[in-house]
Write a protein that binds this ligand. Structure first.
Ligand code: TYM
Length: 324
């Protein structure tokens, strides 16, 4: 049976990019015959030096969104990274299988080190990510497009460990949905949709009201052609809206494009906005209904399962290294 791992940083509200680029695929995978681990990677968020109350709130909110998103908990384990110290332990071990130059070449390191200043957590971030994936011996990692480089590095680290100490880790594959892997800001479609965007009107948050979603889509940046066509380079705004629609409805980009070809931009924007409202509605409803008891039960049971799996891998790794 395959093992799936993926993670999300609790650094603000979950947005549509997280949902369509990653969490939606986690829900689909959880319907298959696999063992899944979905992790709130709070240790990764520390690289942004967050305020403690904000971080604490975000961890709880993100956990609730994951539970509310419809992930099948019969074969999926949802837990918080810092509660499993094996992540950080394995990260140290794996740092010996990764070159400093490789870390310095990571696009996200280059982008983030200029805005936060450069501390070594930002540099070694991808090693911790490799340890997240390898601690459960994952075969598949469903992520958005921006994580591709980190995944490649994880594969290299796993291969190097195996060639030195024996076949301990599977070499994990990235999996990406057929659309939605890189949603762009509604206001600046040349930039990725993100939690920390300068213009919050470009980001749809999971708990935005219907009015706010309609408003954000109505004011989304397009172009002056009034032709609905998928062409990310020349028509990034319109292409992004087609992408959002295709990802939610699970249709091909070509079919989605055709469906709207006779509409005016204004009508098209409203149609996509309404699709987003309908998609978010059940998640929001379930999120509101979750009680503290529901959450505590899930957290306790899931952490035990994650702990068991991590302890098993660490035992094998220690044995392979001769530190058992
Ligand atoms: P994070 O927290 O930035 O994002 C969580 C997931 O959402 C995807 N995503 C997007 N997909 C499409 N369009 C967007 N605009 C968009 N923005 C975010 C991300 O690709 C990701 O899949 N380093 C990771 C967290 C992490 C992780 C891991 C992921 C830590 N350890 C191990 C996988 C496996 C991150 O910062 O994701």
């Amino acid at each position: 049976m395959k093992t799936v791992f993926s993670g999300i940083q609790p650094s603000g509200l979950v947005h549509l990019g997280n949902l369509l680029g990653a969490i939606n695929n986690w829900v689909k995978l959880s319907e298959e015959n696999s063992k899944n681990y979905f992790c709130i990677v709070d240790l990764h968020s520390l690289t942004g030096l967050p305020n403690k109350d904000d971080l604490n709130k975000s961890i709880g909110d993100t956990l609730k969104v994951l539970i509310a998103s419809g992930i099948n908990l019969d074969n999926s384990v949802i837990y918080t990274q810092s509660k499993l110290q094996e992540h950080a332990y394995l990260s140290w071990i794996l740092s010996n299988f990764c070159q400093v130059g490789e870390l310095q070449r990571m696009t996200q390191f280059k982008e983030k080190s200029s805005s936060f200043g450069t501390h070594s957590g930002l540099l070694t971030y991808p090693i911790l990510m490799a340890s997240d994936i390898l601690i459960h011996k994952a075969n598949e990692v469903p992520v958005g497009d921006d994580q591709t480089q980190h995944l490649e590095l994880t594969r290299n680290i796993a291969e190097r460990f195996n060639s030195n100490y024996g076949e301990i880790f599977p070499i994990p594959e990235k999996s990406i949905g057929k659309s939605g892997a890189r949603l762009m800001s509604l206001r600046h479609p040349e930039n990725k949709m993100s939690k920390s965007s300068d213009d919050i009107n470009g980001t749809i948050y999971f708990n935005d009201s219907k009015e706010s979603i309609l408003k954000k889509f109505k004011s989304s940046v397009t172009d002056s052609e009034n032709i609905i066509k998928y062409d990310p380079e020349l028509k990034p705004g319109i292409s992004n809206l087609i992408e959002i629609y295709a990802a939610i409805t699970d249709r091909e980009i070509k079919d989605s494009e055709k469906e709207f070809q006779n509409l005016q931009y204004g009508e098209f924007k409203i149609a996509v906005a309404e699709t987003v409202v309908d998609y978010l509605e059940p998640i929001k409803k379930k999120y509101e209904e979750l009680t503290t008891n529901d959450i505590e039960d899930i957290v306790e049971k899931n952490l035990n399962l994650a702990q068991e799996s991590a302890a098993k891998t660490i035992m094998e790794v220690e044995e392979a290294l001769g530190i058992n």
